[in-house]
Design a protein around this ligand. Sequence first.
Ligand SMILES: NC(=O)c1ccc[n+]([C@@H]2O[C@H](COP(=O)([O-])OP(=O)(O)OC[C@H]3O[C@@H](n4cnc5c(N)ncnc54)[C@H](O)[C@@H]3O)[C@@H](O)[C@H]2O)c1
Length: 370
Amino acid sequence: MRTSQRPDGEPAPPVRAAIVGTGNIARLHIEALHSMPDQVEIVAAADADEDTLTSFGNRYGLDARYGDVEELLRGASPDLVHICTPPGMHRPQVLACLDTGATALVEKPPALSLAEVEEMAAAEGERGPWVATVFQHRFGSAAQRARALIESGELGRPLVAVCHTTWFREQSYFDVPWRGRWETEGGGPTMGHGIHQMDLLTALLGDWVEVSASAHQQARSVATEDVSLARVVFANGAVASVVNSLVSPREESYIRIDLERATIELTHLYGYGDDDWRVTPAPGFEERVTAAWKAGEAGVNSGHAAQLGHVVAAVRAGTAPPVTSAESLRTMRLVAGIYASAFQRRPITPTDLGPGSPFHGRMNGDGPRW
Ligand SMILES: NC(=O)c1ccc[n+]([C@@H]2O[C@H](COP(=O)([O-])OP(=O)(O)OC[C@H]3O[C@@H](n4cnc5c(N)ncnc54)[C@H](O)[C@@H]3O)[C@@H](O)[C@H]2O)c1
């Protein structure tokens, strides 16, 4: 296991990081890693597509290039592997990393099903290697502040919430072969897009206990839903209304939580800064709420750089990096719960989603009912 300090008090050497899958999102990973040169050495990249790998390697000055994850693991012995491939590849690639002792940071969604994520979690070691999932919107300073304030009880009980991911994707977006299919993407906007906002909602409100939902094919020619709607009940008593859409021309990502003493709102699209949050105190709580909101952490935008800072620090320290398997499983269970409720036409609790459920092994369960 690595530690951030050697026994002689000298700092640990930089983390040896590698990237698997050098398409769109890999750029954000390597640029975030480049901003931490003292803490990370980028040792290799892999992609099944030679042209993509060549242009990525040339652009970022990376000479150690491999055609697949196994070759990369053998050739470069990384400590940390960023899995930036399509979701259908995540499970075998994460398992290959863990098998050689490398920690895996996997892009969302962490895998195609609850069964796959549970299998990955079971392959972690108690003291590493670990699997962490990219859910970068937890890591902006305002989200961290909101979470701390809600958890402390300073704003009173959370009562009602709204969580909207109303985005727009033309039909041509689905031309990429892995998109829009249950077997390769695992689902539509619930699994692939709204999952970010729903993950942040659960980070802020905690465990969910029941979901009722519907899923729809409104406008795109895809095998999955292009819209889903859900009502979610949380263990703390809060109720939330969730919308996930890819057919909304005025795009927005919106979370609103009404607590006894304040409303907290976040309005953004693909990432936020402190100014994208608004806190409105309830009558009588103006000074107290305003002072509490101003007192916390500030200045960090959400994004890959914010999360990767925490991930690299944890790997250097030999501790589990965020977002842990247990936390990403809670979010994946909410996704599976939405599909199960929509297709079985009944309310679903987390205990309905165990190995006996058709929605444990596949997000579309025993087949969608539109
Ligand atoms: N966190 C975010 O905000 C965010 C945003 C976009 C995408 N993503 C996620 O990132 C992942 C990748 O998405 P993308 O848009 O970069 O996709 P992409 O298609 O642009 O890139 C994927 C790359 O993986 C390569 N690849 C495919 N199979 C491979 C294999 N077996 N071994 C090695 N390389 C292989 C492809 O050749 C391609 O270059 C997905 O899970 C997606 O959901 C996350």
